[in-house]
Design a protein around this ligand. Structure first.
Ligand SMILES: Nc1nc2c(ncn2[C@@H]2O[C@H](COP(=O)(O)OP(=O)(O)OP(=O)(O)O)[C@@H](O)[C@H]2O)c(=O)[nH]1
Ligand SMILES: [Mg+2]
Length: 255
């Protein structure tokens, strides 16, 4: 089974070399794709240099910062085009420990369509987050779970391993979220097509170097999209289904 590890980067000059070294150590046989949005701090160039040293690493240089979701859509598209069987997504800021990648891949090997590195299953944790980050993440997850009926404890986790086939089945390229919402959107689509998802506990380490790109705009996009999907699928869809085939509908064939 061929594996591609995709990591999006924006302004990760202080983390990218360590990240690539640790990822290579964790999965020596996997190829790695860095998707950099022309970071002004030179992350893309550092990645190129490390790629030459370590091998099996490609850098996709995107012209501008257009969000995490866009970066993943391009990275996944390249992975499928090149025929990988499994695609891992992971942050480059060392919040996700690359040493867990084999455990996620094992779940996929054992039959899961997606293995999610989860902070909110027994054994998972976020030890260093301030209370407001913890609350945002927890309640964001609960809200998505409630509105969409998601059976996923950590729907916003960006640490996952996908079977390549499931990405094709959910037409990931038609997803639209730019930020965190991308994780919820893909998870929701996988569960909608009855794909199997398992959650593996992880310890999420708060980034030590660099700065977070999480903004209120990204959080608002997530809330709005989740609310819209909930209305579309749980209210409008049911209403349409309930009203479409009424016996009074004259266009129905009279069989
Ligand atoms: N290519 C690309 N990568 C991005 C973009 N925004 C964030 N990233 C990367 O996506 C990963 C996660 O972003 P972070 O800034 O750590 O955001 P976060 O993990 O959601 O938030 P924190 O918990 O505060 O770290 C990191 O590797 C970032 O460099 C973007 O617009 N384009
Ligand atoms: Mg982060």
């Amino acid at each position: 089974m061929r594996t591609l590890v995709v990591t999006p980067t924006y302004q990760e000059a202080e983390n990218i070399a360590t990240f690539l070294e640790r990822a290579r150590k964790a999965v020596p046989d996997a190829d790695i794709l860095v998707v950099d949005d022309s970071s002004p701090d030179g992350t893309g160039d550092i990645a190129e240099r490390v790629a030459k040293e370590l091998g099996q690493i490609d850098v996709l240089h995107r012209p501008a910062k257009t969000g995490l979701g866009e970066a993943y859509r391009d990275g996944f598209a390249l992975g499928l085009e090149r025929g990988y069987d499994r695609i891992v997504q992971i942050d480059a800021d060392l919040s996700h420990d690359p040493a867990v990648i084999p455990a996620l891949l094992k779940e996929v090997e054992d039959g899961a369509d997606v293995a999610v590195g989860s902070r909110y299953v027994p054994g998972g944790s976020v030890p260093h987050w301030p209370w407001y980050r913890r609350a945002l993440s927890r309640w964001g997850n609960r809200y998505a779970g409630f509105v969409l009926g998601l059976k996923l404890r950590d729907a916003t986790s960006g640490y996952r391993a996908y079977r390549a086939d499931i990405l094709r089945r959910i037409s990931f390229q038609t997803t639209r979220a730019k930020g965190y919402g991308f994780q919820i959107e893909t998870g929701y689509r996988v569960l909608t097509v009855r794909g199997t998802v398992t959650e593996v506990p992880i310890e999420f380490t708060d980034r030590v170097r660099g700065y977070s790109k999480m903004t209120w705009g990204i959080f608002a996009e997530e809330l709005l999209l989740v609310t819209w999907w909930g209305i579309r699928d749980r209210v409008l869809f049911r209403w349409r289904r309930a009203t479409r085939f009424q016996p009074s509908d004259a266009s129905l064939p009279s069989t």
